[in-house]
Design a protein around this ligand. Structure first.
Ligand code: AMP
Length: 218
């Protein structure tokens, strides 16, 4: 049976890293990250990217009119498969839109104390070739070749520490504010539906295969 999982948590909770871990263990899962889609569009200077740019750079949410249709379109292509949706829904309008357009099995809340978030976010970077995610402070690639340079563990490409353009300290504060303002009713919505599961996001990298399968109920 196809499983539909939402991954929710503040910026820096490790939603992307946790999703990658899930897919290593259960490769049938398709991963959709609205943040990744927007970043890709920004990089390729598409129309969507141009529309999303000012919001992303300010640490604000891209308008629902753009985001909802994008998610609907992506989900319609993988309707019958298992998927993980990461970074969506982010407000109650998106929650309602998703309720109308998809069945959700679990809402995984990645919990992280606020003081750890900053270190995680300000240190993170990814491989431009394969997208593998690293952290300058907590999760470096194994082979270092310069002060801020490494070889990607996954694909062997040379990578340099480069902060995401929306990961500056100022934008981060704004994004955390946006998260905190919106999170409560969303979490409450899925709690009432009996879908809420809390995951201690400080040690998601140490979770065993069985523990992850348990969380996913697969
Ligand atoms: P993320 O990587 O999930 O933190 O997303 C990076 C940025 O993309 C956010 O700060 C927003 O500007 C935008 N974004 C991602 N997901 C959404 C969403 N569900 N609704 C609106 N904007 C989003």
């Amino acid at each position: 049976m196809a499983k539909h999982i939402l991954i929710f948590g503040p910026p820096g909770a490790g939603k992307g890293t946790f999703s990658s871990r899930i897919m290593e263990i259960v490769p049938e899962f398709k991963h959709i990250s609205t943040g990744d889609i927007f970043r890709e569009n920004l990089k390729n200077e598409t129309l969507l990217g141009k529309k999303a740019k000012e919001y992303m750079e300010a640490g604000e949410l891209v308008p629902d009119s753009l985001t909802n249709e994008l998610v609907k379109d992506k989900l319609s292509k993988i309707e019958k498969q298992s998927w993980i949706l990461d970074g969506y829904p982010r407000n109650m309008n998106q929650v309602e839109f998703l309720d109308e357009n998809a069945d959700v099995d679990s809402f995984l809340l990645l919990d992280v104390p606020r003081d750890i978030i900053k270190k995680r976010i300000l240190g993170r970077f990814s491989c431009l070739e394969c997208g593998e995610i690293y952290n300058k402070y907590t999760l470096q690639p194994k082979k270092q070749i310069g002060e801020n340079k490494w070889i990607c563990d996954q694909c062997g490409a040379e990578i340099e520490f480069q902060q995401r353009s929306d990961d500056s300290e100022e934008t981060l504060e704004k994004r955390l504010d946006v998260y905190e303002k919106n999170a409560k009713p969303i979490i409450e919505h899925y709690r009432k539906k009996g879908k809420l599961k809390k995951v201690d996001a400080q040690n998601t990298l140490e979770l065993t295969e069985d523990e992850i399968k348990d969380i996913l109920e697969v």
